[in-house]
Design a protein around this ligand. Structure first.
Ligand SMILES: *Cc1c(COP(=O)(O)O)cnc(C)c1O
Length: 403
């Protein structure tokens, strides 16, 4: 039997011989991997820098302060909390800081590309809060800002959430901010998916249009698992800090916070800006190469790092294609097509993103090759022998790229 360490090494090898197109995933740097495996994991640091409940915080304080400073600089704001364990607890902390059970929130519904924590019915956020989801326009598949405004006027939410998990177009944070102001709501922008694009100006910033900005650190931002909660408002910042600790969490994961500090410092470099530009060039190239092969893209394309592929013209569902693709070492995730009656476990779409493949050095020409691999897999969905042959080609292709 493999030891756990051997299993982890196998996962590492798997990631280096697989074309990873899951839009929320990435490869972190060697420095980040190294700091995650340090003795910081042994340390309890409940509280905040200089105000801790345990002794021995000389280095943990320095690390957390560096992470906070970097977060403020990268995203251009005055307050940052870096302790939330991940994106979901970060959003919960905001709700816990500012809402009471039963209060109304408005987020994009999950089938249209929203996140569980934006009020979906099976999530604690849908059960303990009154969730009034907005949707996308059934014809354009774009966010229907007029509907957001109409619902906001009618339901008077306390928080309106912008930012989404499967939305390929630019978000109009200014419009969300105006709607929120008009109805006396706070505007929370959850930029988990596009954080790196915002960091480098490749997507407009939610500031000054959002009161609170949350994000995960492990998607395009290319850090370890964790989250940031940002604001420019001192009162909100105090409430949020209290909600994270002691409201929701105990000791922060200092090894992750150190990794977050490194990721944010990396995000300030010219090479990270170039990276985010290439992520966008790559997804455009991948989307176009797929359209040339008869695939439809939701909204006809993308402004960010992901595309939603509508598989209906190909007569295959996202689950069947995704399972065939992984046999050929191409990693994707199935995704619902809004307004599609297909069941959630057999939706008619897949979601593809280029943050990970761009990190290992891929360019536009490689996207054309990937589209060709995908088409070959589609042509051979039921042919395991052919899929195994494609897998060998994919492994050879991946050999050209390394960190
Ligand atoms: C990924 C994501 C989250 C949650 O992150 P976890 O770290 O998986 O809890 C929250 N909001 C949005 C929009 C996301 O895409």
């Amino acid at each position: 039997m493999d030891s756990i360490l051997e299993l982890a090494r196998k996962e590492s090898a798997r990631q280096h011989e697989t074309i990873r197109l899951i839009a929320s995933e990435n490869y972190v740097s060697r420095d980040i991997l190294e700091v995650l495996g340090t003795e910081l994991t042994n340390k309890y640091s409940e509280g905040y820098p200089t105000k801790r409940y345990y002794e021995g915080q000389e280095f943990t304080d320095a690390i957390e302060l560096r992470a906070i400073e970097a977060a403020k600089r990268v995203f251009g704001c005055n307050y940052a909390n870096v302790q939330a364990y991940s994106g979901s607890p970060a959003n919960l902390a905001v709700y816990f800081a500012l809402l009471n059970p039963g209060d109304t929130i408005m987020g994009l519904n999950l089938p249209s590309g929203g996140h569980l924590t934006h009020g979906f019915k099976v999530s604690i956020t849908g059960k303990w809060l009154n969730s009034v989801p907005y949707s996308i326009n059934p014809d354009t598949h774009l966010i229907d800002y007029d509907e957001v405004e109409r619902l906001a006027r009618e339901h008077k939410p306390k928080i309106i959430i912008s930012g989404h998990s499967a939305y390929p177009r630019q978000i109009d944070f200014e419009r969300f901010g105006k709607i929120a102001k008009e109805v006396g709501a706070l505007h929370m922008a959850d930029i988990a998916h596009i954080s790196g694009l915002v960091a480098t100006g490749e997507h407009p910033s939610p500031f000054p249009h959002a009161d609170i900005v949350t994000m995960t650190t492990h998607k395009i931002l290319r850090g370890p698992r964790g989250a940031l909660i940002l604001t420019n408002d001192e009162k909100l910042a105090k409430k949020i800090d209290k909600a994270v600790f002691p409201g929701l969490q105990g000791g922060p994961h200092m090894n992750n916070i150190a990794g977050i500090a490194i990721a944010l410092e990396e995000a300030m470099t010219q090479s990270y800006t170039t990276y985010t530009q290439q992520v966008k060039k790559n997804i455009k190239a991948l989307g176009e190469a797929l359209m040339e092969r008869g695939y439809d893209l939701f909204t006809g394309g993308t402004d960010n790092h992901l595309v939603l592929v509508d598989l209906r013209p190909k007569g295959i569902d996202g689950d069947t294609l995704g399972k065939a693709l992984i046999k050929a070492n191409i990693e994707t995730n199935k995704n619902a097509i809004p307004f599609d009656p297909a069941p959630p476990m057999k939706p008619n779409g897949i979601r593809l993103g280029t943050p990970a493949v761009t990190t290992i050095g891929m360019k536009e020409e490689h996207m054309v090759q990937i589209a060709e691999f995908i088409e070959q897999v589609y042509q051979n969905v039921d042919n395991d022998q052919a899929l195994a042959e494609i897998r060998e080609e994919v492994k050879q292709f991946m050999n050209k790229f390394s960190l």
